[in-house]
Design a protein around this ligand. Sequence first.
Ligand code: ZN
Length: 400
Amino acid sequence: MKKLNKIAKIVFIMLFTLFNIFTLKNSKAYANEDLKALYQAFFALEGEGLGWSSEIEDNTKLYFNGNYPSALKIGLINQPEGMSGTVVYQVNLSGSGWLESVENRVETGAADLNAAPLEAIKIWLSGELANNYDIYYKVLQDGEFSAWVKNGEVAGRFGEGTHISGLVVAITKKDAQAPNESKELEINIKKEQGIDPNKAMIALTFDDGPNAQVTSHIVTVLEQNKAKATFFMLGSNVSKNVSLVQRMAADGFELANHTWNHKYLPKTSVNERRNIISMTNDIIFNTTGIRPSLIRAPYGAVDESTYATFREFNMPNILWSIDTLDWKHKNAQTTIDTVLNNVKDGDIILMHDIYTATAQASSSIIPELIKRGYQLVTVSELASFRGGMQAGKSYGSFRK
Ligand code: ZN
């Protein structure tokens, strides 16, 4: 009898292991979308200051009104799980020559007011990615795009006193044919003009929208005050508010991910979690041409497994330092008092753009904060002046 028990135990363990291997395999099956490049450039905006372009996706032309790029960031999406490697790139900056290579979304070049233009670039894949994919790229120089080059070859003529005006990056399966014709897209440039790194700045954030009435009221107040904010949207609300969402993107508000349907993420399966995050990123991207780079977990609830999923999407989790509890009391004056009595430099303030009382509160809060000398910036802008962010980590404020 004892022996039988032992055998049953062993069989059970074997079955359990097999089951685990099977489900593990299954969970990997999600990465069936092709590996793609995501890239953005820093452009000098004639007469309007300078700024980073929005992040654009694989095989899309990135150039802006005859201005030149002076800095670059390149990343990847849909990297197959367990496949090592990343994207590596190197720029030739006018007056400085080839800079050290960097990888995976690290900034290279010069993103400042007196930036020199880029003259040439090289891009390649590392690790196992290099064995499975080719990375192609071309540059806009003297009014036309060069032919494709790939895997670390030089694109652009450097040392001749010319510069590049734009670029395209595209990834194909190893030894497949060269990419198709590149897409044209209207490029949004985030104007960073006006942000003084030495002055106080805070990020207003609005969750659970967009909502036709409340969000458009808040957006109007922000526009009238030349202020920015970040909106953590539910993907399921986007299709009901397409023109509003496009207006928000065009005005430089940050559109961020709050999942499709406000699920408590630690209780979701990995696959469901991936779906409700990627569907939200996709609908915002398909509506505006801008892919969200930030997520806020509903209820702020995260566990180790949730963080792992956020890392797959290359997204930091944004929490808050002032909670207005506007959803609970739905009282405009309480929201106003909570913000104005507690606000300090580097705060991230949590509100919800689905309550009329919050819309009313924003009419007072926004001009008053500006009167007090605060710059109202997006979360990504705030982070960029205060040490930056990493995927799969949480941030509740960005202090000096
Ligand atoms: Zn929420």
